[in-house]
Write a protein of this length. Structure first.
Length: 753
């Protein structure tokens, strides 16, 4: 895609079509995302509509399941476009190289002329004047028709279909300079009485095209670099897997790995798909996915994810997720989607660049007219025509909205990519934009501030059963629950070799606990709310001392009475304290929201240094608390473990899911912190701020250069200071503006979060 206004025109054209629901065209990624009614229109028909604009729609190939790296990249449309981009880049480079000597000759003649005008050097000898007089038209012809072909086509499409884009501006500018000069050369003698036939503008055509071609080449080269985060992720994917088939180890392409395959991982081998370890043990370097540098211990039953690297042990695992289901594939897809999404801040730039081209065409025509009408009265027709032409071409060349179109997407692409490298997955540009503005962070306790791996610490038994029998009952119930505290009970039972019994009618009571029937008796296990609901009398003093030390009670009851209390304790994440401190430094208030006991919550909050707690809440109250904060005008980020916090995550301005291990709730939140490390939240906020700062700088420079450039090129300052922007400098400025915008976005890559 050649320019930002192309993106706009394509978007508008497609939007107008019957049956098209939505279109989003992104200049940064050069992609269109569209949804349409297949009964009313089709891909082919839509493609036809944008052909006059010089584009066509290419649909990504249908989703295939097991994929090799290449197939995968192809599936995501990356390989192909990257290869195509490299080919295009090469042809751009060749053209730039071919035009360099021509540009040098033009600059040489031009400088000689200027220096001679100021009598700094002698005029060129007649022979050379004559020589260049004949050479320049030939060189300009080559430059315009070969190197400048895209711009000529832009001009052609404008004449034929009335659609203008940035290429059109350059096309009109350079062709007018060329045609005028050509007419002068051809009819020199007949025109001599009317105009200054010494003044031709072949050099303008040549140098402007040379600069712009060079700028476009640099821009394209840097644009490829902005997207290399995806490439890095793709390179993580192993190409083959060593599997057990018929008791033999064979190496097969990754695309042939099926669910349930037993995969052997040798020392220093890559893990090819997602799965669960069945034998052996090792440490696995997961830094490429989670951003966490320490290798993670893996033993039987632990999950492994594709793209990570085994250290020196060896093990066998069972494939549970293959092809596009793997975590890596989903990460890649998500990064790609996010990079292609539009940030709200871009809306203004889009609006401006969509009206920019026609407005500039009008301004340039008005400027030429003013020179002819007003200028002629003061400096004579011949001179006014020369200056008018110069301003006409200058305006068209400098006013390209290219930098404007690149300002936001390039920064977003780099920002999202950088996040992915740190284990911060960002769903879309909107989220990235919002995150930096957050002033309240609400965090869930279990699994977010604490490790979410509580252990059973004490048992109080009020029943006639033995302690082991009580554990057996409780563990049997909890086996069906997903809650982290349920795991504490189940794992204690399995450690002690306690048998579990069968449970009928299991029920999870949201925010309170669980219930189920064992041998005809209904049992309940949960918090004090649950006990109150059952209208059982119970003295909370029995566990107050322990809750004030941060432990969580599970009260076990039958319909008539409480039969025991089990306490579980969860350790605080080591990074949580530091993370909260850093959030405070950013002037962000931290609120803890938990369904857990008040005293337990208070203890943890004090340990971590949290400002405000809301305890013993039901999931829907979590949602209401977020709403309440939002009504107070706060911009709220909610960090939770992504499952029972889902409604609150969705309500928050920015939902942040802690995805620990392979259980990634990637879809549930705007941001996913891959290793569940809350301190990454601070980094994510910094990333957002940096990216937005980059975008604002980009937009500022893109605007300012047009605001200053256009009046200067129009010659507004000519009557006062004698300033008129030479189109050659306009070409230079225009080329550099895009390059500097992309360069500024790339700078983000090297910044520390
Ligand atoms: P949170 O994630 O903040 O703990 P939940 O809504 O998941 O919030 O749970 C609220 C409370 O309900 C828990 O703190 C716990 O006391 C009780 N609870 C939930 N599930 C269970 C369970 N399976 N067994 C015992 N208690 C539970
Ligand atoms: Mg929770």
């Amino acid at each position: 895609m050649h320019c930002a206004s192309c993106a706009n025109i394509i978007e508008k054209t497609l939007k107008k079509m019957d049956g098209v629901h939505s279109v989003e065209v992104n200049y940064g990624t050069e992609r269109a995302k569209l949804s349409f009614d297949e009964e009313k229109t089709n891909h082919h028909h839509l493609s036809k509509q944008i052909e006059p604009l010089g584009y066509s729609l290419v649909a990504p190939t249908a989703e295939s399941m097991g994929m090799s790296e290449n197939e995968h990249a192809g599936h995501l449309g990356l390989n192909q476009s990257k290869q195509e981009k490299m080919v295009e880049l090469k042809s751009m480079r060749n053209k730039v190289i071919s035009v360099i000597p021509i540009a040098i000759i033009s600059v040489f003649i031009m400088s000689w002329d200027i220096l001679a005008q100021f009598s700094l050097i002698t005029e060129m000898s007649v022979f050379w004047v004559e020589f260049f007089h004949h050479l320049l038209p030939i060189l300009a012809t080559y430059t315009l028709f070969v190197v400048g072909k895209p711009y000529l086509l832009g001009f052609y499409r404008f004449l034929r279909y009335g659609k203008a884009n940035m290429d059109t501006l350059i096309g009109i500018g350079t062709s007018v300079a060329f045609l005028y000069s050509f007419a002068v050369t051809a009819f020199e003698e007949s025109l001599r009485p009317f105009i200054n036939v010494e003044a031709t503008y072949y050099d303008v055509t040549i140098i402007v095209i040379a600069f712009i071609a060079f700028g476009k080449y640099l821009e394209a080269r840097s644009k490829i670099k902005t997207g290399d985060a995806i490439e890095k992720l793709l390179n993580l994917q192993a190409k083959t897997a060593l599997v057990m088939r018929d008791n033999k180890e064979i190496e097969i392409p990754i695309s042939q790995v099926a669910h349930g395959d037993l995969i052997i991982v040798k020392p220093a081998g890559k893990i090819p798909v997602d799965g669960v370890l069945v034998s052996g043990s090792s440490y696995v370097d997961e830094s490429m996915v989670t951003g966490e540098p320490m290798p993670v211990s893996k033993k039987e039953g632990d999950g492994v994810v594709s793209g990570t690297l085994n250290t020196n042990g060896s093990f066998v695992f069972k494939a549970t997720k293959v092809g596009s289901e793997t975590m890596l594939a989903r990460i890649i897809q998500m990064v790609e989607d996010a990079q292609g999404s539009k940030a709200p801040i871009q809306a203004l730039a889009d609006k401006i660049s969509s009206i920019f081209v026609p407005v500039v065409l009008v301004i340039s025509a008005l400027s030429l007219l003013s020179w002819l009408i007003i200028g002629t009265q003061y400096i004579g027709f011949s001179q006014a025509l020369s200056l008018g032409l110069v301003s006409f071409v200058g305006i068209l060349v400098i006013a390209c909205p290219c930098a404007l179109g690149l300002a936001t997407p390039t920064a977003i692409i780099v920002g999202v990519g950088k996040g992915a490298g740190e284990g911060i997955l960002i769903k879309d540009a909107r989220t990235l934009e919002k995150l930096g503005k957050v002033n309240v962070v609400v965090v869930d306790k279990t699994g977010t501030l604490t490790n979410g791996k509580p252990e059973l610490v004490s048992i109080q038994n009020f029943s006639d059963k033995t302690e082991d029998e009580l554990i057996s009952l409780l563990a049997s119930l909890e086996k069906n629950s997903e809650h982290p505290i349920a795991h504490a009970v189940v794992s204690r039972a399995s450690e002690k070799g306690i048998n579990l019994v069968s449970v009928e009618g299991f029920e999870a009571i949201k925010g309170k606990g669980v219930s189920g029937i064992i041998q005809g008796v209904k049992y309940y296990a949960g918090n004090i709310k649950l006990i109150q609901e059952l209208s059982l009398s119970f003295d909370t003093e029995l566990f107050e001392k322990e809750t004030s030390e941060g432990k969580t009670p599970i009260v076990v009851a039958v319909t008539e009475k409480v039969i025991g209390v089990v306490m579980v304790a969860d350790s605080i994440k080591s990074e949580a304290v530091e993370a909260v401190k850093n959030l405070h430094k950013l002037n962000i208030k931290v609120v803890m929201l938990t369904g857990d006991d008040k005293n337990t919550a208070k203890f943890i909050a004090e340990q971590v240094g949290i400002d405000d707690i809301v305890a013993e809440v039901l999931p829907e109250d979590k949602l209401n608390k977020i709403k309440e904060l939002q009504l107070q005008g706060k911009i709220v980020a909610m960090a939770g473990d992504g499952v029972n916090d889902a409604p609150a995550l969705a309500q928050a301005d920015v939902g942040i899911a802690m995805a620990t291990g392979t259980d990634v709730a990637i879809e549930s939140a705007g941001i996913t912190l891959l290793n569940g490390d809350i301190s990454k939240l601070v980094k994510a906020i910094n990333l957002s701020k940096m990216t937005m700062r980059g975008i604002k700088q980009n937009l500022f420079w893109a605007f300012i250069y047009n605001i200053v450039g256009i009046p200067l090129a129009a010659g507004l300052f000519y009557p006062i200071f004698g300033w008129l922007l030479n189109p050659v400098f306009a070409g230079f400025a225009m080329a550099m503006s895009s390059v500097s915008v992309v360069g500024n976005s790339l700078r983000l890559k090297t910044k520390k979060l």
